[in-house]
Design a protein around this ligand. Sequence first.
Ligand SMILES: O=C(CO)COP(=O)(O)O
Length: 253
Amino acid sequence: MSRSLIVAANWKMNGDSALIDAMIAKLSQVSFNDNVKVVIAPSFPYLDKLNSAVKAANLSDKISVSAQNISEQTSGAFTGEVSTAMLCDLAISHTIIGHSERRSIYGESDTLIADKVAVALAAGVTPILCIGESEAEREAGQTEQVLAKQLSAVIEKTGIEAFANIVLAYEPVWAIGTGKTASPEMAQETHAFIRKFIAASAQDIALMLPILYGGSVNQKTSEALFAQPDIDGGLIGGASLKADEFGTICQNA
Ligand SMILES: O=C(CO)COP(=O)(O)O
């Protein structure tokens, strides 16, 4: 069995009802390759609307809807937080966890992120776990060390078997929103390291693990990146806010 290609949209704190309508209209016209799956992550208030629009357009077999974050708590007095039970109640299948913006702006630690992954898995929600190094860390030759540390925190909490139900996204922090995409070769090298790291504990799981690349992916760069053997699709920010461009990326995947 080969791995599917996942084209995921992270709208971050952008997008509105009009973007949902435009995106569904566009993706209804795309003829997807059989092995391509699309995931769209809008902000919390739009999850249900997007999920209903996907269903109404008969796109549920192609498009899944994802949250961008979840609480590590299951319920209770945590003002402003959203639980996995709430995602399940709305039939939301995925959640991004550990995006570098959550790590750097909101101070989310490796431990907190590992707790979130565990809570998502326990609820049957698929985590899209983001990992990535900063520019300074890459320049200091610490990329592999940083990624290993981020992965190890999750493995310690959930066990390696959990990676059978996780989607990984490698997002070098220096490439996010900067227009500086990693070259396909550089991204491939890092993805191969990540797969090897997981394979050291679980060969079969590593072979089936989807590893997405994120960081300034657009309609010009996506094809060469997705053609790399260890790159199983992308997690796309800015270019996923334009229905036409995102549609082209999905079409060419
Ligand atoms: O952070 C990202 C996706 O999660 C990438 O964002 P950009 O595609 O805007 O660089």
